[in-house]
Write a protein that binds this ligand. Structure first.
Ligand SMILES: C[S@@+](CC[C@H](N)C(=O)[O-])C[C@H]1O[C@@H](n2cnc3c(N)ncnc32)[C@H](O)[C@@H]1O
Length: 273
Protein backbone atom coordinates (compact mmCIF):
# COMPACT_ATOMS: atom_id res chain seq x y z
CA UNK A 1 0.00 0.00 0.00
CA UNK A 2 1.22 3.53 -0.66
CA UNK A 3 2.68 5.73 2.02
CA UNK A 4 0.82 9.01 2.32
CA UNK A 5 2.63 11.65 0.36
CA UNK A 6 4.97 9.31 -1.49
CA UNK A 7 4.22 7.01 -4.40
CA UNK A 8 5.05 3.37 -3.72
CA UNK A 9 8.48 2.40 -5.04
CA UNK A 10 8.17 0.98 -8.52
CA UNK A 11 4.80 2.61 -9.03
CA UNK A 12 4.07 5.22 -11.66
CA UNK A 13 5.52 8.46 -10.31
CA UNK A 14 4.24 11.89 -11.20
CA UNK A 15 7.73 13.33 -10.87
CA UNK A 16 9.81 10.72 -12.63
CA UNK A 17 11.27 11.40 -16.02
CA UNK A 18 8.45 10.34 -18.26
CA UNK A 19 7.79 9.87 -21.93
CA UNK A 20 5.79 12.62 -23.60
CA UNK A 21 2.08 12.19 -22.99
CA UNK A 22 0.12 12.40 -26.22
CA UNK A 23 -2.88 14.69 -26.25
CA UNK A 24 -1.98 16.74 -23.20
CA UNK A 25 -3.18 20.02 -24.61
CA UNK A 26 -6.25 22.05 -23.79
CA UNK A 27 -8.43 19.68 -25.83
CA UNK A 28 -7.92 17.23 -22.97
CA UNK A 29 -9.88 19.39 -20.55
CA UNK A 30 -11.86 17.10 -18.29
CA UNK A 31 -9.46 14.20 -18.61
CA UNK A 32 -7.71 14.80 -15.33
CA UNK A 33 -4.60 16.73 -14.48
CA UNK A 34 -1.25 16.09 -16.11
CA UNK A 35 -0.29 13.90 -13.13
CA UNK A 36 -3.25 11.58 -13.75
CA UNK A 37 -2.80 11.51 -17.51
CA UNK A 38 0.88 10.66 -17.11
CA UNK A 39 0.10 7.82 -14.72
CA UNK A 40 -2.53 6.37 -17.08
CA UNK A 41 -0.19 6.75 -20.04
CA UNK A 42 2.51 4.87 -18.12
CA UNK A 43 0.06 2.07 -17.36
CA UNK A 44 -0.88 1.52 -20.99
CA UNK A 45 2.78 1.73 -22.10
CA UNK A 46 3.82 -0.85 -19.51
CA UNK A 47 0.99 -3.16 -20.48
CA UNK A 48 2.00 -2.92 -24.13
CA UNK A 49 5.73 -3.23 -23.31
CA UNK A 50 6.79 0.21 -24.48
CA UNK A 51 4.32 2.08 -26.67
CA UNK A 52 0.61 2.03 -26.01
CA UNK A 53 -0.02 0.16 -29.28
CA UNK A 54 -2.19 -2.87 -28.73
CA UNK A 55 -2.94 -2.27 -25.07
CA UNK A 56 -6.46 -3.51 -24.26
CA UNK A 57 -8.25 -0.86 -22.21
CA UNK A 58 -11.67 -1.29 -20.61
CA UNK A 59 -13.24 2.04 -19.63
CA UNK A 60 -16.21 1.39 -17.34
CA UNK A 61 -18.58 4.35 -17.11
CA UNK A 62 -16.46 5.91 -19.83
CA UNK A 63 -19.11 8.47 -20.76
CA UNK A 64 -18.51 10.28 -24.03
CA UNK A 65 -14.91 9.14 -24.36
CA UNK A 66 -12.94 11.83 -22.56
CA UNK A 67 -10.39 9.14 -21.72
CA UNK A 68 -11.18 6.50 -24.32
CA UNK A 69 -10.65 8.57 -27.47
CA UNK A 70 -7.24 10.06 -26.51
CA UNK A 71 -6.08 6.59 -25.45
CA UNK A 72 -7.22 5.16 -28.78
CA UNK A 73 -5.23 7.85 -30.59
CA UNK A 74 -2.12 6.42 -28.93
CA UNK A 75 -2.92 2.95 -30.33
CA UNK A 76 -4.87 1.37 -27.46
CA UNK A 77 -7.93 -0.64 -28.29
CA UNK A 78 -10.60 0.65 -25.93
CA UNK A 79 -13.94 -0.86 -24.92
CA UNK A 80 -16.27 1.59 -23.20
CA UNK A 81 -19.06 0.11 -21.09
CA UNK A 82 -21.52 2.90 -20.40
CA UNK A 83 -25.22 2.95 -19.44
CA UNK A 84 -26.11 6.21 -21.20
CA UNK A 85 -27.06 5.89 -24.90
CA UNK A 86 -26.49 9.64 -25.35
CA UNK A 87 -22.96 9.34 -24.00
CA UNK A 88 -22.32 6.37 -26.30
CA UNK A 89 -23.53 8.39 -29.30
CA UNK A 90 -21.11 11.20 -28.36
CA UNK A 91 -18.35 8.62 -27.92
CA UNK A 92 -18.95 7.25 -31.43
CA UNK A 93 -18.92 10.76 -32.91
CA UNK A 94 -15.72 11.71 -31.07
CA UNK A 95 -14.00 8.51 -32.10
CA UNK A 96 -15.02 9.09 -35.73
CA UNK A 97 -13.76 12.67 -35.67
CA UNK A 98 -10.46 11.51 -34.21
CA UNK A 99 -10.14 8.77 -36.85
CA UNK A 100 -10.05 5.96 -34.28
CA UNK A 101 -13.48 4.34 -34.70
CA UNK A 102 -11.75 1.03 -35.46
CA UNK A 103 -10.10 1.12 -32.00
CA UNK A 104 -13.11 2.18 -29.88
CA UNK A 105 -16.02 -0.13 -29.04
CA UNK A 106 -18.98 1.26 -27.14
CA UNK A 107 -21.17 -1.21 -25.25
CA UNK A 108 -24.34 -0.22 -23.45
CA UNK A 109 -24.17 -1.67 -19.96
CA UNK A 110 -23.10 -0.91 -16.45
CA UNK A 111 -20.73 -2.16 -13.81
CA UNK A 112 -23.30 -4.68 -12.56
CA UNK A 113 -23.57 -6.32 -15.98
CA UNK A 114 -19.89 -6.09 -16.85
CA UNK A 115 -19.52 -9.87 -17.18
CA UNK A 116 -22.12 -9.82 -19.98
CA UNK A 117 -20.25 -7.11 -21.84
CA UNK A 118 -16.60 -8.22 -21.62
CA UNK A 119 -14.78 -11.51 -21.08
CA UNK A 120 -13.04 -12.18 -17.78
CA UNK A 121 -9.30 -11.38 -17.68
CA UNK A 122 -9.50 -9.57 -21.03
CA UNK A 123 -8.26 -6.06 -20.16
CA UNK A 124 -4.69 -4.92 -19.59
CA UNK A 125 -5.87 -1.67 -18.05
CA UNK A 126 -9.30 -1.03 -16.54
CA UNK A 127 -10.45 2.54 -15.95
CA UNK A 128 -13.25 3.45 -13.57
CA UNK A 129 -13.09 7.24 -13.51
CA UNK A 130 -15.92 9.06 -11.78
CA UNK A 131 -17.79 5.81 -11.24
CA UNK A 132 -17.23 4.48 -7.70
CA UNK A 133 -19.04 7.51 -6.27
CA UNK A 134 -22.22 6.76 -8.25
CA UNK A 135 -22.58 2.96 -8.10
CA UNK A 136 -24.83 1.33 -5.53
CA UNK A 137 -22.39 -1.31 -4.31
CA UNK A 138 -18.67 -0.46 -4.33
CA UNK A 139 -17.39 -3.97 -3.38
CA UNK A 140 -19.54 -5.59 -6.09
CA UNK A 141 -18.36 -3.07 -8.68
CA UNK A 142 -14.71 -3.55 -7.71
CA UNK A 143 -15.14 -7.33 -7.91
CA UNK A 144 -16.49 -6.95 -11.46
CA UNK A 145 -13.61 -4.65 -12.44
CA UNK A 146 -11.05 -7.08 -10.99
CA UNK A 147 -12.63 -10.00 -12.88
CA UNK A 148 -12.11 -8.10 -16.14
CA UNK A 149 -8.41 -7.51 -15.43
CA UNK A 150 -5.79 -9.67 -17.13
CA UNK A 151 -3.39 -11.28 -14.61
CA UNK A 152 -0.75 -8.54 -14.88
CA UNK A 153 -3.31 -5.80 -15.45
CA UNK A 154 -3.84 -2.55 -13.60
CA UNK A 155 -6.90 -0.71 -12.40
CA UNK A 156 -7.11 3.09 -12.45
CA UNK A 157 -9.83 4.74 -10.38
CA UNK A 158 -10.61 8.42 -10.07
CA UNK A 159 -12.98 9.31 -7.25
CA UNK A 160 -14.46 12.43 -5.70
CA UNK A 161 -12.47 13.66 -2.70
CA UNK A 162 -14.24 14.46 0.54
CA UNK A 163 -11.83 17.08 1.92
CA UNK A 164 -11.99 19.27 -1.20
CA UNK A 165 -15.78 19.09 -1.16
CA UNK A 166 -15.75 20.40 2.42
CA UNK A 167 -13.32 23.23 1.59
CA UNK A 168 -15.07 24.30 -1.61
CA UNK A 169 -18.43 24.53 0.13
CA UNK A 170 -16.99 26.44 3.09
CA UNK A 171 -15.21 28.89 0.75
CA UNK A 172 -18.52 29.44 -1.07
CA UNK A 173 -20.18 30.26 2.27
CA UNK A 174 -22.16 27.00 2.33
CA UNK A 175 -21.08 26.21 5.86
CA UNK A 176 -23.89 23.78 6.74
CA UNK A 177 -23.25 21.79 3.56
CA UNK A 178 -19.53 21.72 4.36
CA UNK A 179 -20.26 20.39 7.84
CA UNK A 180 -22.53 17.72 6.35
CA UNK A 181 -19.92 16.49 3.88
CA UNK A 182 -17.37 16.38 6.69
CA UNK A 183 -19.48 14.40 9.15
CA UNK A 184 -21.75 12.27 6.95
CA UNK A 185 -20.45 8.67 6.90
CA UNK A 186 -20.47 8.73 3.07
CA UNK A 187 -19.36 12.34 2.70
CA UNK A 188 -22.67 13.40 1.15
CA UNK A 189 -24.32 16.79 1.39
CA UNK A 190 -27.69 15.11 1.93
CA UNK A 191 -30.14 12.71 0.30
CA UNK A 192 -30.37 14.88 -2.87
CA UNK A 193 -26.61 14.83 -3.39
CA UNK A 194 -26.03 13.33 -6.87
CA UNK A 195 -23.00 11.47 -5.52
CA UNK A 196 -23.59 8.48 -3.27
CA UNK A 197 -20.24 8.90 -1.55
CA UNK A 198 -16.94 10.76 -1.46
CA UNK A 199 -13.62 9.25 -0.53
CA UNK A 200 -10.58 10.09 1.52
CA UNK A 201 -7.21 8.44 0.88
CA UNK A 202 -7.68 5.78 3.56
CA UNK A 203 -11.17 4.98 2.27
CA UNK A 204 -10.20 4.40 -1.36
CA UNK A 205 -7.13 2.40 -0.30
CA UNK A 206 -9.24 0.21 2.01
CA UNK A 207 -11.82 -0.44 -0.72
CA UNK A 208 -9.13 -1.50 -3.21
CA UNK A 209 -7.33 -3.74 -0.72
CA UNK A 210 -10.65 -5.37 0.25
CA UNK A 211 -11.10 -6.19 -3.44
CA UNK A 212 -7.84 -8.16 -3.42
CA UNK A 213 -5.76 -5.44 -5.03
CA UNK A 214 -2.36 -3.99 -4.22
CA UNK A 215 -2.42 -0.20 -4.19
CA UNK A 216 0.48 1.17 -6.25
CA UNK A 217 -0.29 4.86 -6.19
CA UNK A 218 -2.69 7.36 -4.70
CA UNK A 219 -2.32 10.91 -5.95
CA UNK A 220 -4.45 14.02 -6.04
CA UNK A 221 -6.15 15.35 -9.15
CA UNK A 222 -6.89 19.10 -9.23
CA UNK A 223 -5.22 19.78 -5.90
CA UNK A 224 -4.78 23.50 -6.42
CA UNK A 225 -6.08 24.15 -9.93
CA UNK A 226 -9.73 24.02 -8.85
CA UNK A 227 -9.00 26.74 -6.28
CA UNK A 228 -7.28 29.25 -8.57
CA UNK A 229 -9.60 31.82 -10.16
CA UNK A 230 -9.27 31.73 -13.97
CA UNK A 231 -8.87 35.55 -14.30
CA UNK A 232 -5.57 35.24 -12.42
CA UNK A 233 -4.30 32.81 -15.03
CA UNK A 234 -5.45 34.98 -17.90
CA UNK A 235 -3.79 38.17 -16.68
CA UNK A 236 -0.42 36.89 -15.42
CA UNK A 237 1.81 35.64 -18.26
CA UNK A 238 3.20 32.15 -17.67
CA UNK A 239 0.93 31.49 -14.73
CA UNK A 240 -0.96 28.65 -16.44
CA UNK A 241 2.31 26.76 -16.99
CA UNK A 242 3.42 27.55 -13.43
CA UNK A 243 0.12 26.25 -12.10
CA UNK A 244 0.48 23.03 -14.09
CA UNK A 245 3.93 22.53 -12.55
CA UNK A 246 2.65 23.31 -9.05
CA UNK A 247 -0.26 20.92 -9.60
CA UNK A 248 2.12 18.15 -10.65
CA UNK A 249 4.15 18.47 -7.44
CA UNK A 250 1.14 19.00 -5.17
CA UNK A 251 -0.55 15.88 -6.55
CA UNK A 252 1.84 13.62 -4.65
CA UNK A 253 2.70 15.83 -1.66
CA UNK A 254 0.87 15.40 1.64
CA UNK A 255 -1.22 17.01 3.00
CA UNK A 256 -2.09 18.72 -0.32
CA UNK A 257 -2.76 15.40 -2.04
CA UNK A 258 -5.47 14.57 0.49
CA UNK A 259 -7.25 17.85 -0.30
CA UNK A 260 -7.57 17.21 -4.04
CA UNK A 261 -10.95 17.50 -5.75
CA UNK A 262 -10.44 13.96 -6.98
CA UNK A 263 -8.22 11.15 -5.79
CA UNK A 264 -6.53 8.98 -8.36
CA UNK A 265 -5.50 5.46 -7.40
CA UNK A 266 -3.72 2.76 -9.37
CA UNK A 267 -3.90 -0.85 -8.17
CA UNK A 268 -2.83 -4.25 -9.42
CA UNK A 269 -4.04 -7.75 -8.69
CA UNK A 270 -2.36 -9.22 -5.59
CA UNK A 271 -0.18 -12.22 -6.43
CA UNK A 272 -1.65 -15.55 -5.34
CA UNK A 273 0.10 -17.03 -2.26
C1 LIG B 1 -18.73 11.50 -13.90
S1 LIG B 1 -19.07 10.56 -15.33
C2 LIG B 1 -17.43 10.06 -15.76
C3 LIG B 1 -17.26 9.80 -17.21
C4 LIG B 1 -15.84 9.42 -17.62
N1 LIG B 1 -15.40 8.20 -16.96
C5 LIG B 1 -14.86 10.53 -17.34
O1 LIG B 1 -13.98 10.38 -16.49
O2 LIG B 1 -14.99 11.59 -17.98
C6 LIG B 1 -19.75 9.04 -14.64
C7 LIG B 1 -20.17 8.07 -15.72
O3 LIG B 1 -20.54 6.84 -15.08
C8 LIG B 1 -21.69 6.34 -15.73
N2 LIG B 1 -22.37 5.43 -14.78
C9 LIG B 1 -23.34 5.72 -13.91
N3 LIG B 1 -23.71 4.62 -13.23
C10 LIG B 1 -22.92 3.60 -13.68
C11 LIG B 1 -22.83 2.21 -13.39
N4 LIG B 1 -23.61 1.64 -12.46
N5 LIG B 1 -21.94 1.48 -14.06
C12 LIG B 1 -21.13 2.04 -14.99
N6 LIG B 1 -21.18 3.36 -15.32
C13 LIG B 1 -22.08 4.13 -14.67
C14 LIG B 1 -22.46 7.59 -16.12
O4 LIG B 1 -23.40 7.34 -17.16
C15 LIG B 1 -21.35 8.54 -16.53
O5 LIG B 1 -21.04 8.43 -17.91
Amino acid sequence: MSTPGAPTPGAPSARASLPPVPGTDASQAGAGSLAVRRAVHQLVCRAAHGGAQGCRVLDVGGGSGVWAVPLATTGCSVTVVEPSPDALASLARRAREAGVSHLVTGVQGDADSLADAVADASADVVLAHGVLEVVEDVPATLAALVAALAPAGALSVLVAGRAAAVLHRALAGRIADAQHVLTDPDGRVGPRDPLLRRFDVAGIEAALVAAGLVVQLVQGDAVVSDLVPWPVLETAPGSAAALAELELHASCTSPLREMASRLHAVATVAPRP
